[in-house]
Design a protein around this ligand. Structure first.
Ligand SMILES: Nc1nc2c(ncn2[C@@H]2O[C@H](COP(=O)(O)OP(=O)(O)OP(=O)(O)O)[C@@H](O)[C@H]2O)c(=O)[nH]1
Ligand SMILES: [Mg+2]
Length: 497
C-alpha cells in the first residue's frame, strides 16, 4: 500500500492550509520534514551565530552559540529519536524544514493519528500550515520527495471505505456534505454520514438473507421443507416489510431528489413581462439586463439560489413570441429546450394589461409542465382588479407579484417549496440516483420472489430472485460493488478528500 499525500484545503490564500498524508510511511515522512519548536528556534539562533562566528567582533558570544550549533545539529539529525516520542492525536508546534538545503518553509502545527484511529484507518499526519499556493505546494513537494505519492481524487475517503471504517453510503455522504448548498441538503447528508441509510438498507437486507437461508434449506432438505418453510409467513415479510420499505425509499427519492440535485425552475413568458426583473430580485443582484425594450434577454441565464432550504437552479429566458430576428429565434429555441428540462415553470404575464394571444400561445407550449402563474406588475393596476384567466388554463396556482417593488415574493417562495414536495419529506433518508437504481432492481426481484412463492414455484427460482435482491441492496452499501462503480463514485470527489 502506498502512502498518499495531498493539499486538503481549497486553493487560494487563507488562514490555514492543510496537507494530509496517509499510509504506512505517513509518520516517517512527517517526522522527516517536521522540526519541533525547540529545534526550529535553535536552528534559527544557530543560523545567526553562524554569521556571528564569521564576525570577528562577537567571537566570544558566538563561540557558545557555535557550540550550541553543534548540539542543535546533532538533534537536527536526531529527529527520529525525538519524533519517536510523539503521540497520536496531539498537536505539535514546529516548522517544516527541507534538510537538503537547510531551508525552513513554514511554521506549522502537526497532528499524527496512529492507525486505526484515523479517517482512513491508516497512519495519518496532518500539517497545518499558512495557506497560500506557494507555501502549500512547497510542503507538498517536500512530502512527495520523502516518498509519498500524490493522492487521487477521493482517495482518502476510498481508503476509509476499503479499510471498513465507513460504508459506501457514508462515503457518498462525505461528498454530499461538501456539496450541500442549503441546510436541508446538509441535514440529509449528515443523517447519511451517521449511517442512517446504511442501517436501514442492512435491516431490509437481513430480512432477505433470513428468508434466503430458509429457502435454501428447503432446497437442500426438501423432505423437511413442509416443516421449515412457512410460505405465508415469508410472503408476509416480503410484502409487508421488505417491499413496503423499498417503496418508501423510492418515493422518498421522488419527493426529495431536489434536495440533492437542485430544483430546476425556469421563468417563461412573452417579452417584457418582467422575467429578468424577477430573476434579479430573487437573486438580490443585477444579474440579468432589464430594459423597457421587448426582446432584451437573448440567452439562457442560470443561477443557483436557496429558496426555503431547497437548492434552486433558476433560469431566466428569452421572451416567447413569433420573431424574425435570427438572434432572438436562437434564444427562443434555447428557451424551449430549457422548458423540456425544467421541473417547474414560473409562467409570467403582465397583469397590468389584458392577456393577449401571445400569452395564450406561451401557455399552450408549457401546459404539460408543472406551473405557477405569476401575475407581474401588480403595482400598476387598481386594487380591485381581477386578472381574467381563460377557463382552459384550469387551476394553476397564482401569485400576484411586483418584481419591480419586490412584492408577493414570500408567497412565491412558499409555492416553489411546496411544488418541490419537500414538505412531504419526513425522513432524512433520501436515496441518491445510484441508490434509486439499485432499489428498483431490488424491488423488482423481491416482487418476483413473492409472486413465485405465491404461485408455488420451485424454491430454486425463488432463491435466484432473492439473491438478486440481496446483491442489489449490497451494492448500495458497498458489499457487492464492482471496481468500476467504485472508481466512478470516488472520481467525483475533490483531491484531498
Ligand atoms: N411597474 C413595473 N414594471 C416592471 C415590473 N417588472 C418589470 N418591470 C419593467 O418591465 C420592463 C421589462 O422588464 P424585464 O425584466 O426586462 O422583462 P423581461 O420579461 O425580461 O423582458 P425580455 O427579456 O425582453 O423578454 C422593464 O422596464 C422593467 O422595469 C413590475 O413589477 N412593475
Ligand atoms: Mg429579460
Amino acid at each position: 500500500m502506498t502512502t498518499i499525500a495531498a493539499i486538503a484545503t481549497p486553493p487560494g490564500t487563507g488562514g490555514i492550509g492543510i496537507i494530509k498524508i496517509s499510509g504506512p510511511d505517513a509518520l516517517k515522512i512527517a517526522n522527516a520534514v517536521f522540526r519541533s519548536k525547540a529545534e526550529c528556534r535553535d536552528r534559527k539562533r544557530v543560523e545567526n551565530s553562524f554569521y556571528e562566528c564569521k564576525d570577528g567582533k562577537r567571537v566570544e558570544n558566538s563561540f557558545y552559540e557555535c557550540r550550541d550549533r553543534k548540539r542543535v545539529e546533532n538533534s537536527f539529525y536526531n529527529t527520529d529519536a525525538e519524533s519517536g516520542k510523539r503521540q497520536s492525536h496531539h498537536l505539535y508546534h514546529g516548522c517544516i524544514a527541507d534538510d537538503a538545503d537547510n531551508r525552513i518553509i513554514d511554521e506549522v502545527l502537526l497532528t499524527l493519528m496512529f492507525a486505526p484511529h484515523s479517517y482512513t484507518r491508516e497512519d495519518v499526519a496532518e500539517i497545518q500550515a499558512h495557506s497560500g499556493p506557494a507555501v502549500l505546494r512547497a510542503i507538498l513537494e517536500l512530502v512527495l520527495k520523502k516518498g509519498a505519492v500524490l493522492a487521487e481524487p477521493g482517495e482518502f475517503t476510498k481508503r476509509a471505505y476499503l479499510n471498513g471504517r465507513i460504508d459506501l453510503t457514508q462515503a457518498e455522504a462525505v461528498m454530499d456534505i461538501v456539496a450541500a448548498k442549503t441546510e436541508k441538503s446538509l441535514e440529509i447528508a449528515a443523517a447519511q454520514i451517521r449511517g442512517g441509510m446504511k442501517k436501514h438498507i442492512e435491516s431490509v437486507r437481513d430480512d432477505l438473507i433470513g428468508i434466503l437461508t430458509e429457502t435454501e434449506a428447503a432446497i437442500d432438505f426438501p423432505e423437511d421443507a413442509g416443516e421449515t418453510l412457512n410460505a405465508d409467513a415469508i410472503t408476509e415479510i416480503l410484502e409487508n416489510r421488505v417491499i413496503r420499505q423499498l417503496k418508501v425509499l423510492l418515493s422518498q427519492y421522488e419527493n426529495a431528489r431536489f434536495l440533492r440535485e437542485g430544483l430546476s425552475v425556469l421563468i417563461a413568458g412573452k417579452p417584457n413581462v418582467g422575467k429578468s426583473s424577477l430573476m434579479n430580485c430573487l437573486l438580490q443582484k443585477d444579474r440579468a439586463i432589464v430594459t423597457p425594450v421587448p426582446g432584451t434577454t437573448r440567452d439562457i441565464i442560470e443561477e443557483t439560489l436557496n429558496i426555503r432550504g431547497i437548492p434552486v437552479i433558476l433560469t431566466d429566458t428569452a421572451g416567447l413570441h413569433e420573431s424574425r430576428d435570427p438572434v432572438e429565434i436562437l434564444g427562443i429555441k434555447k428557451t424551449r429546450e430549457g422548458i423540456c428540462q425544467a421541473d417547474l415553470i414560473l409562467f409570467m404575464v403582465d397583469s397590468s394589461e389584458p392577456l393577449t394571444a401571445t400569452d395564450e400561445a406561451v401557455y399552450e407550449s408549457i401546459r404539460h409542465k408543472k406551473l405557477i402563474l405569476l401575475a407581474n406588475k401588480s403595482d400598476l393596476r387598481p386594487d380591485n382588479f381581477k386578472l381574467d384567466i381563460p377557463d382552459s388554463w384550469g387551476k394553476i396556482p397564482l401569485v400576484n407579484i411586483s418584481a419591480l417593488y419586490e412584492r408577493g415574493l414570500d408567497e412565491l417562495k412558499d409555492l416553489i417549496a411546496e411544488a418541490a414536495g419537500c414538505f412531504h419529506t419526513e425522513s432524512p433518508l433520501i436515496p441518491n440516483l445510484r441508490h434509486k437504481s439499485a432499489l428498483e432492481r431490488s424491488f423488482e426481484a423481491v416482487s418476483a420472489a413473492a409472486d413465485a412463492i405465491k404461485a408455488s414455484m420451485p424454491f430454486e427460482l425463488v432463491s435466484i430472485d432473492l439473491q438478486e435482491a440481496i446483491d442489489a441492496l449490497g451494492e448500495i452499501i458497498g458489499i457487492t460493488v464492482k471496481p468500476d462503480v467504485l472508481d466512478q463514485i470516488f472520481s467525483r470527489f475533490c483531491i484531498g478528500k
